[in-house]
Design a protein around this ligand. Structure first.
Ligand code: G6P
Length: 607
């Protein structure tokens, strides 16, 4: 949460920082600000979106030799101009932006106040700039190191100083930071998209490191001042992947990218013969054979993917699986031991609770595997081994293409495990691969429902509450459909296992509460239909995602959104698409900011 950028080089500093912030806006967007050094330190900051900052800069421009910027997701202190970053010390010698949380800020603030420091905001961040200033004589790096030693919590920082006009200091402990190298210029940011167009090579900072960026070089040291040498690697990200193109929203672009993403994954996984994982998958066959239990942990949409993943592993590998929300798992009794394998799922690879639960696992010598979209992320480094979902950058805050890519990757993993454990004959693997190869065309077909779903959205936009029902492997689909609607359209929606309806949710059903049933022809179809009939008998308006040509469902439901007939294990990949589009259209009709929903951020790096 929060995006930070720092730049030093030959270009217009303000422009580079502003473009970087725009690309990081998905990390938080309630306030923003920029500081440059040009003779003295100059700052502009405001509550509100980047457009407001742009307006301020148009009236009151800034330039300089080095600059830093910030886009905020508020934790400590409400959304005001004063609480926006950057912060400066009282003498305005240093300016600083921060991503993370300083847990001991109250005591530090009290101590600094006693020695005469004046605070202008309610944030935890402001203590950092005063602390650094209190140690700063000649050597800023030394002052930063001394301050870092006193800070508890997580912090990524970008710092500039009046006396060091061509330098940006970058510090990482917890929240992500990556350095980019261009020709005669360097940039540092919370995430790689901010580097595109400037850098050809990149270097993720590691926890406990301090980097000093100058136009022509970067020096890195640890918090003890010892020099760190690590090579830059090629920045693979391309401009096209991070722009909206012809789409009005990133979310829409990402929904429509799903056939291509799954095609890419099929090409990577179904090599002949068998199933391939990424080279970063480092488990030996005997380790896989020994696994007695799997605990999957994740947050949000990734957690829903984990719930589907459980079916894959239980069905194909006969391994018992539990699926936990990371924030709950990490504070639980954590009764797992070395016979368990942990599977962490995260699009960003930076979710603080998922990372913390992973660390709990490594303390207990539990082997861990991460399913990730982002290479070299914190979770990638922490896990024993990783498998990537190859979805490309996902920028819309509501996850869509990463979800289906996670499902596909979990299926691939379960197939791999099943092969190693001898629970999947060749013939069955071949049949599954055959079904998977049809998926891109089938996904494209479901996406062609777009216009119809838009009409359904218009018909349902009166409703303030929605109930989503699913069973078995599509119970998580119901949860995901409800989450999408809540996230981006601000409509109250709940997802339930249809069998639980009679234990509570049925009392909510009226003709004002649409019931969205996920009812493909599968093992639990008859029960699902019976539950939907019960809802209809209570005046519920039934909208279904069902298998093409299902006449029975057509009789029951006001609308059926058809998906092609596929084996049960593939149905969640198709059934979620109409629900993504439904949420999208309801949100657009309600005038919501689809890509930047209220109060949310894409990468949740605080606990
Ligand atoms: C936030 C995002 C969700 C995402 C969740 C977990 O809540 O808005 O889209 O599913 O974090 O993120 P991760 O990066 O760990 O998958």
């Amino acid at each position: 949460m929060c995006g930070i950028v720092g730049y030093t080089g030959k270009r217009n500093v303000t422009n580079v920082v502003m473009v970087g912030l725009e690309r990081l806006e998905y990390r938080g967007y309630d306030s923003c600000g920029i500081a440059t050094v040009n003779g003295g330190l100059k700052t502009r900051k405001t509550a509100g979106r980047l457009q407001q900052l742009k307006d301020i800069l148009a009236r009151d421009p800034l330039d300089g030799t080095a600059g830093i910027g910030h886009t905020r997701w508020a934790t400590h202190g409400t959304v005001t101009d004063e609480n926006a970053h950057p912060f400066t010390d009282s003498a305005r010698r240093i300016a600083l932006v921060h991503n993370g949380i300083i847990e001991n800020y109250r005591e530090l603030r009290a101590r600094l106040k006693k020695s005469g420091h004046r605070f202008l905001s309610d944030t935890d961040t402001e203590v950092i700039v005063h602390l650094v200033a209190s140690f700063y004589r000649q050597d800023l790096a030394a002052a930063i190191r001394r301050a870092a030693a006193l800070l508890k919590g997580s912090f990524s920082l970008a710092i500039i100083a009046e006396r060091e006009p061509g330098r940006v200091y970058a510090v990482k402990l917890g929240s992500p930071l990556v350095i980019g190298r261009g020709r005669d210029e360097h940039i540092v940011a919370s995430d790689a998209p901010a580097l595109v167009g400037i850098a050809r090579r990149m270097l993720p900072l590691q926890d406990g490191e301090l980097a000093i960026l100058e136009r022509d070089r970067v020096t890195i040291q640890d918090f003890k001042g010892r020099k760190v040498e690590r090579p830059f690697v090629k920045l693979e990200l391309k401009q096209k992947a991070i722009s909206r193109g012809r789409y009005p929203h990133f979310m829409r672009k990402e929904i429509f990218e799903q056939p291509a993403v799954i095609r890419e994954n099929i090409a990577r996984r179904f090599t002949r013969p068998g199933i391939s994982l990424d080279p970063e998958f480092l488990f030996y066959p005997d380790e896989i054979e020994k696994v007695e239990r799997i605990v999957i942990q994740a947050c949000g949409t990734s957690w829903h993917a984990g719930l589907v993943g459980r079916y894959f592993f239980e069905k194909l590998c006969r391994i018992p699986v539990s699926v936990e929300v990371s924030s709950e798992l990490r504070t639980s009794e954590f009764v797992y031991d070395g016979r368990t394998m942990m599977l962490a799922i995260s699009q960003s690879g930076e979710t603080a609770d998922t990372l913390a639960a992973l660390r709990e696992a490594s303390l207990r010598e539990i082997r861990s595997l991460a399913v990730l979209n982002t290479r070299r992320s914190s979770i990638d480094r922490e896990a024993d081994s990783s498998v990537y979902i190859h979805a490309g950058p996902e920028i819309g805050v509501a996850s869509t293409k990463a979800y289906t890519a996670q499902l596909f990757t979990l299926l691939g993993l379960a197939l791999y495990f099943a092969r190693v454990r001898g629970t999947l004959p060749d013939s069955e693997l071949r049949a599954i691969a055959g079904h998977c190869r049809k998926l891109p065309a089938q996904l494209a077909k479901v996406l062609r429902l777009d216009r119809r779903i838009k009409d359904v959205a218009a018909r349902l936009s009166f409703a303030h509450d929605f109930i989503f029902l699913g069973r078995g492997i599509n119970y998580p689909t119901a949860l995901e459909g409800a989450l999408k609607l809540k996230e981006i359209a601000y409509v109250h929606a709940t997802g339930h296992p249809a069998g639980e309806m009679k234990h509570g949710p049925i009392s909510l059903i009226t003709d004002n509460v649409p019931v969205i049933g996920i009812a493909p022809r599968d093992r639990v179809y008859d029960r699902m239909v019976a539950n939907l009939a019960e809802a209809k008998a209570r005046n519920g308006r039934i909208i279904c995602v069902g298998t093409e040509g299902d006449r029975d469902l057509a009789e029951l439901a006001e609308t059926v959104l058809p998906i092609p007939a596929v084996p049960e294990y593939l149905s969640p990949l198709l059934a979620v698409i109409p629900l993504q589009l439904l949420a999208y259209h309801v949100a657009v009709l309600r005038g919501c900011d689809v890509d930047k929903p209220r109060n949310l951020a894409k990468s949740v790096t605080v606990e």
